[in-house]
Design a protein. Structure first.
Length: 277
């Protein structure tokens, strides 16, 4: 039977440490968030980030743009924030409405203010050891895995994901600790064969209950990145939590696992960018 990896408790501990650091170093971090459209999930995430920033002592600046605005309007907003010396960090809340070119908009950010670490320059620098600035989602997941205090060297990890922006930085963090990493796309025909080899399984399939108990090795560490709404907006992950709980050694819940840690790492990276001034 598994131990639950309590992302909420770990995130709260990190946020308290950051609050002390901001006070001790007399920092005045400023984070700007650009939210386009009225996606309800994105609005919830932005509000969670706002609350966490206020609790930690980070100034939060919100730019709410209509879904029917032009792409040029988004780009001009980013250009304004790039040039604003008070703003240390910029976050584009994803996903953007489908009509917009997400890659173009991410590339428009000043890489030195890209708090998510998604700008191609920042990903390349991290992957080639030119920068220690780690994309927040990957760092949060890695810290959850590390919190189990299991020996990671010579372990096999499988990351189920569609996006290389997500899996490449995480794979590097794991590889640096001696973990062999395989990437599995949710549509792979042999995905079950891959996942059954995983000592560490990270699920970002984007589908409720995608990972079932028969896909999981005994005593594996399971990190569930998914957030899916089912009956009456009930939130579940990509993993069949109750069934896999009986097999895994450690598992993250949804909610209360990766989500809070992603917010904590956003704050962490904002403070790191503010320190560079």
């Amino acid at each position: 039977m598994a131990q639950m990896i309590d992302g909420k408790a770990l995130a709260e501990s990190i946020q308290q440490q950051l609050k002390k650091e901001i006070t001790t170093k007399n920092l005045k971090p400023n984070l700007a968030v650009v939210l386009v459209g009225d996606d309800s999930a994105s609005q919830i995430y932005v509000n969670l980030k706002k609350k966490a920033c206020h609790q930690a002592g980070i100034e939060f600046h919100e730019y709410l743009l209509d879904a029917d605005c032009s792409e040029e309007h988004i780009l001009s907003t980013i250009d304004f924030l790039n040039k604003d010396n008070h703003i240390d960090a910029i976050l584009i809340q994803l996903p953007l409405p489908k009509k917009f070119n997400t890659n173009k908009i991410i590339k428009a950010m000043n890489p030195d203010k890209d708090v998510d670490g998604f700008h191609p320059q920042n990903i390349d620098k991290f992957l080639t050891n030119q920068s220690g600035f780690v994309p927040g989602l990957s760092l949060g997941i890695f810290k959850l895995i590390a919190s189990t205090e299991e020996k990671l060297q010579n372990k096999q990890a499988v990351i189920i994901a569609k996006s290389d922006i997500f899996y490449r930085p995480l794979a590097k963090l794991l590889n640096d600790q001696g973990v062999s990493t395989i990437i599995a796309h949710p549509d792979d025909q042999d995905i079950k064969t891959k996942t059954l080899e995983a000592d560490i399984l990270v699920a970002a399939a984007g589908q409720a209950f995608f990972v079932t108990a028969d896909m999981v090795k005994d005593d594996a560490i399971i990190v569930d990145v998914g957030t899916n709404k089912i009956d009456n907006n009930y939130v579940v992950g990509d993993v069949d939590y109750s069934a896999i709980f009986q097999k895994a050694s450690h598992i993250t819940p949804v909610p209360g696992g990766v989500g809070p840690m992603t917010v904590a790492m956003l704050l962490y990276n904002t403070v790191r960018l503010a320190e560079k001034k």
